[in-house]
Design a protein around this ligand. Structure first.
Ligand code: SF4
Length: 332
């Protein structure tokens, strides 16, 4: 008798190396929470990365660094399946089958494709065009019930759902299931420049695993309420990114005090930042300790990822068998 499985969530992220606070608050924290009530499958999307990278130098290291941060942040291999996308090649096979039910015009019309072409005019490759199909294959391969996405990513998921309908209609099957959106509050974490979304490429990030001194330095460099020029000028915490961070990392009493004192110039930005750096360092200390411990044994991390790929492959094999069958391919 088939036992009823837990609802499944799937998510993937490109290997961007050491993770920053924006990655943590925007995604990783949610991954950790989801693994408590879902069968969670998380991929490090190294194949997706190939669509835009100019060199693969450092790609492996980036995968390892990212995995270290994920595990240190609380993603547990016993609860979640974590693997490298390239290590479950069934996704490439499903991508091929799905590509037969997607019109080229649909892909070239996608705003994300146009944006990528604008950003990488010297490298408009086939992989870039097929990117949404590969992304859909990721999700559908694991028959994910839910995909945690922010509202801005909802069109990507809708694309995957449309592929399911086209595929199931073409082959008169129900083998692929339409994933549902698990609406997730993905707060836009602004970087140290006070303007742009936190991003490694913009060098406005604060790494989770940075040491205390580096964290203090990064916090010191944060742009505050730009109207507050002198220490004696009153400030406005509502428009200050430092205060936004306090609201996440500092106790409510301190936030209330800063909110009050900033407005009457009772606290200076230097002090305010010192308090934030101290609270950030305190909050991240356990994660950093776990990471340092894990980093002593990278072979163990690769082993966990290998094990994750094996577990993911079991699910993937089932789907591929069903899909080939639905298409009418012979399975000799
Ligand atoms: S005191 Fe704090 S909240 Fe106020 S402007 Fe300075 S850094 Fe921002």
């Amino acid at each position: 008798m088939e036992t009823k499985r837990l609802p499944r969530v799937y998510s993937a992220a490109r290997p961007t190396g050491r993770q920053h606070i924006g990655n943590y608050l925007g995604a990783i924290q949610n991954y950790v929470k989801l693994q408590e009530s879902f069968q969670s499958i998380y991929a490090i999307a190294d194949v997706h990365a190939l669509t835009t990278v100019e060199t693969t130098q450092g790609l492996k290291e980036n995968c390892l660094e990212m995995a270290l941060d994920w595990f240190a942040a609380g993603i547990e291999p016993e609860k979640s399946i974590v693997f490298l996308q390239s290590n479950v090649p069934q996704v490439m096979e499903l991508h091929t089958y799905l590509s037969m039910v997607v019109a080229i015009g649909k892909l070239t019309d996608l705003p994300t494709f146009k944006e990528k072409v604008r950003m990488h005019p010297q490298n408009v490759n086939y992989g870039l065009l097929g990117y949404p199909v590969l992304m859909s294959a990721d999700i559908l391969l694991f028959k994910a019930d839910f995909v945690p996405v922010g509202i801005d990513q909802a069109p990507h998921l809708e694309f995957a759902r449309e592929i399911v309908r086209s595929f199931n209609f073409r082959y008169q099957t129900k083998v692929l299931i339409e994933p549902q959106m698990k609406a997730t509050a993905t707060p836009k974490i602004i970087g140290t420049d006070g303007v742009n979304k936190m991003s490694k490429s913009l060098d406005n990030d604060i790494e989770l695993a940075a040491d205390e001194k580096t964290t203090e330095k990064r916090v010191r460099s944060m742009v505050t309420d730009t109207n507050r020029v002198m220490r004696t000028d009153p400030g406005n915490p509502d428009i200050c990114n430092v205060y936004a961070f306090h609201k996440t990392f500092s106790p409510a009493e301190l936030c209330a005090e800063i909110d009050r004192e900033c407005r009457v110039a009772g606290i200076g930005c230097v002090d305010c930042k010192k308090k934030l750096a101290a609270n950030l360092n305190a909050a991240l200390a356990p994660l950093r300790e776990r990471r340092a411990e894990l980093a002593k044994n990278p072979a163990r991390v690769w082993e966990i990822l290998h094990d994750g790929a094996q577990r993911a492959s079991l699910i993937a094999d089932d789907t591929i068998r069903d899909v080939r069958d639905a298409i009418g391919l012979a399975q000799a």
